[in-house]
Design a protein around this ligand. Sequence first.
Ligand code: FAD
Ligand code: NA7
Length: 535
Amino acid sequence: SSPSSAIHFDAIVVGAGFGGMYMLHKLRDQLGLKVKVFDTAGGIGGTWYWNRYPGALSDTHSHVYQYSFDEAMLQEWTWKNKYLTQPEILAYLEYVADRLDLRPDIQLNTTVTSMHFNEVHNIWEVRTDRGGYYTARFIVTALGLLSAINWPNIPGRESFQGEMYHTAAWPKDVELRGKRVGVIGTGSTGVQLITAIAPEVKHLTVFQRTPQYSVPTGNRPVSAQEIAEVKRNFSKVWQQVRESAVAFGFEESTVPAMSVSEAERQRVFQEAWNQGNGFYYMFGTFCDIATDPQANEAAATFIRNKIAEIVKDPETARKLTPTDVYARRPLCDSGYYRTYNRSNVSLVDVKATPISAMTPRGIRTADGVEHELDMLILATGYDAVDGNYRRIDLRGRGGQTINEHWNDTPTSYVGVSTANFPNMFMILGPNGPFTNLPPSIEAQVEWITDLVAHMRQHGLATAEPTRDAEDAWGRTCAEIAEQTLFGQVESWIFGANSPGKKHTLMFYLAGLGNYRKQLADVANAQYQGFAFQPL
Ligand code: FAD
Ligand code: NA7
């Protein structure tokens, strides 16, 4: 088929989560473009469409886990608790979709299978699993950074006779009561799920590979007064978020942990423990927990001592206690460690006794024990950041695929673009900010919109970053990352959780305030680092 037989749009957006929805609104309603959005899902919402597992909760505070671009929506929408449950976030995104009339331009149940840049016509050719063939001047990949499922490679998976679910594709109406349930994975998701389902199931067996540091969420109802306060101070609240590092709506600490007395340190940690939130514990207590080994060890020791206090069985406590650096995404929970005091919960350390196979009746570990299960839940996370890119037949100039282009190291220029892929803009692509994400998504969507407007104003057909600019951005990200402790452990922040993936940098770790400055500098310097072609 030739491009002339395709249905043409000005822009095609892939993904209908926080990112894709806002991108549609901006390009369509601000710039007047003809835009189409595709999503594999049967509904809008992205992450919050897929992740319906019991206990799914934001770990960003409710008042900053939303869009900020429209004050009227912020005044209209309200929340009940310090954190939002999955149904609440999905309801919010449904409300936004209706409020902004987004649905007519979103096609659900449709996976984009290929996107090829046509150098003759300077357009993208896009194909879907439903036989659709489209062209577009611009493509925006809002594919999600925690969206491509990581299926563990366990021998015998097909033989298991019980029910098996991944948390990121949770079906409706799962009955847990009376069942012997196994959970693999103790990341943010596993911790939430385990805590939520333990009281419901007959028996819960947790297969833990790496123990986790976690602090309480401190979830509680918020008063009408607190909500009114946020709504009254709209501009101030969001300005603080945009200028901060992690964008969680609290002031990051400027105090080094070792600059205060031991007693003061304990007081600060205890106060944070009482108040709740993982990011607050890591970034609100002291300024150097993620960067200074001694500060990190102090924060880690505080949590280890809590585990020893909370967990009654010393052997279980030992297995639950991390000994490595506290440098994964900071977790928070609603009674995780306490859950292991329940008589119907047992913990299997699969580092000590690895899973050898799945059997028809359950899971066999290396010590020969067969753990019998009626249901196995995989809370094994994602092929993070670049996973969904590599699952598409995505080709830039010269027919080069994204896999060839990135090889084992995904890169970008300022998080939103990559050389040789003209007019392709990424939301939450590699080497973008590591923050509470809606405000970072907003920064990227707004910046992309401005660039598209700039191109139209100046009669430009294509925009793409130069290799040099992209390499320099990669070096900037690497230099920043080297100052942190995050690279010292294996986690999705460095893409090291997925089988066969190389430990590699995935984020710009200097925070949202700095990231926004970088974006503004590039735009203000006539989009320095980009090469343009005229129409
Ligand atoms: P997503 O919401 O992931 O949407 C991407 C969409 O793209 C998906 O619907 C997918 O189906 C679609 N897609 C991908 N490939 C294709 C294709 N080829 N064709 C068609 N469609 C495709 N962030 C926070 O800041 N705070 C939190 O508290 C928080 N909690 C989280 C809890 C969980 C369990 C998870 C998984 C993530 C959490 N996140 C959190 C991160 C969260 O993903 C982001 O905050 C945000 O929702 C990302 O929005 P997005 O639009 O970029 O991507
Ligand atoms: P994570 O944080 O990547 O956690 C996945 C968990 O699954 C983690 O405990 C892994 O252990 C474990 N895992 C993965 N594969 C296996 C195999 N093969 N065997 C045993 N255990 C395994 O994903 P989440 O969904 O919890 O959270 C991702 C983000 O989403 C989170 O940070 C929030 O931002 C929302 P490991 O630690 O690799 O040893």
